[in-house]
Design a protein around this ligand. Sequence first.
Ligand code: FES
Ligand code: FES
Length: 337
Amino acid sequence: MPEHEAEEHARPVVTRRDFIAGAGVGVAATAIVAGGVTVATRQGVQTVPAPQPVAQTGAGGAVVAPAPAPGVAAQPQAVAQPAAPAAGALPQHMRRVTLDIDGAQHNVVVDVRESLWTTTSQKLGLNVTNLGCDRAQCGACTVVIDGRAVNGCSVFSARLGRGQKILTIAGIQTSPTTEGLHPIQRAFWMQGGFQCGICTRGFIMSSYALLQTNNNPTRAQIAEALSGNICRCGEYPKIYEAVESAATELRNPPVKPQAVLGPPPKRTGSPSTMDFQFANPLGSDEFIGEVDGALKLLDGVEGVSGNSSTAKVTYWPNEVSEDAIRKQFADSGYPVK
Ligand code: FES
Ligand code: FES
C-alpha cells in the first residue's frame, strides 16, 4: 500500500463535533501508542516522543522525575486526583445558564464546549434551526442574537446566559397559521425562494437581521448581508427577490380593513365575476384559498376561486369597485396585473 494511503488509514477520525463535545479526548487517548502519541494533523499522522513523567508541579514549574536506573523497576507514583465537586456543585466544565430563546426563559446545564445548536436541538428539544456544515461555513444554523445574525453551530451556549435575546425562526411569526407568518417567511414562500429547504431558515434569519436595520436594501446589500449563507440548490435569484418583496411589505404594511357594524346592505340581482392575473404567480393552486380569505375581508367581495396564475373574483358591483379589489389584492400581498 502506498505510504500516503497508509497514513490515510492510520489517521484517527476526530470530527469537530466529537472534539468540542469531549469525545475527542477519548479518541485522542486511545490513539496513545507505546513510545509516542499519535496526533491528527492536516498533513497526516505524526508520532511525537512520549512526554517525560512529571512528578509534581508548583510555583517553580514542572519537575521531571529522574528515569529509573537500568534494571531497576520503576516505583509506582502516587497520582493526585482532582478534588470531587461538592454536592450540588457542577463539574468545572459545566455551567448552569438561563437562555432567552424567542422570549421564553430556559434554565439548562450546559457543557462549556457545547454549541447553541446542540443545546436548542438536543437538550431543549426545540426544532428551530438546521445544521449543515457544523463549522460556521454554510449559515443553515443562523439565529439572531441581540439583532445580529450568528451561526448557532459556532457560539457557546455557556456564554449566552447574560440576558442576550436569542431569536429563531419560530420567534418571528405571530401564530402557527399561515396568517401568522412574518413577511419575510411569507415572501420566501410566495416567491419560491427555496428548493430543498435546508438553508431556508438560515437565509430568513439573516434577512431578518438585515431588514431590521435597512428596510430598503439594494441587491448588492442583500447579497452582502446573505454572504454567510450558502444555498446548495442555487436558489439565489429567488431568495434575493423574496428579500426585496419582504422589504416592500415591511415599508408598506397592509392596513387591515375596519369592520363596520350594522345590518348588511340589501342585495338585489346577481353578483358579477372578473378575472385577475397575479403579478407573481402563487407557489401552488392550493394557495388560492389564502387569497380568498384575504379578499373576502373587503365588503362586497363574495369569494375568490382560480389557480396559481388567475383569480376569479365574485363581487357585488354596486358595493365594491374594480380598483378597490385591485388594491385589496395588493394590500394582501398578492398584486395583480
Ligand atoms: S451549520 Fe452552522 S454554519 Fe453551517
Ligand atoms: S434550498 Fe436547498 S440548499 Fe437552499
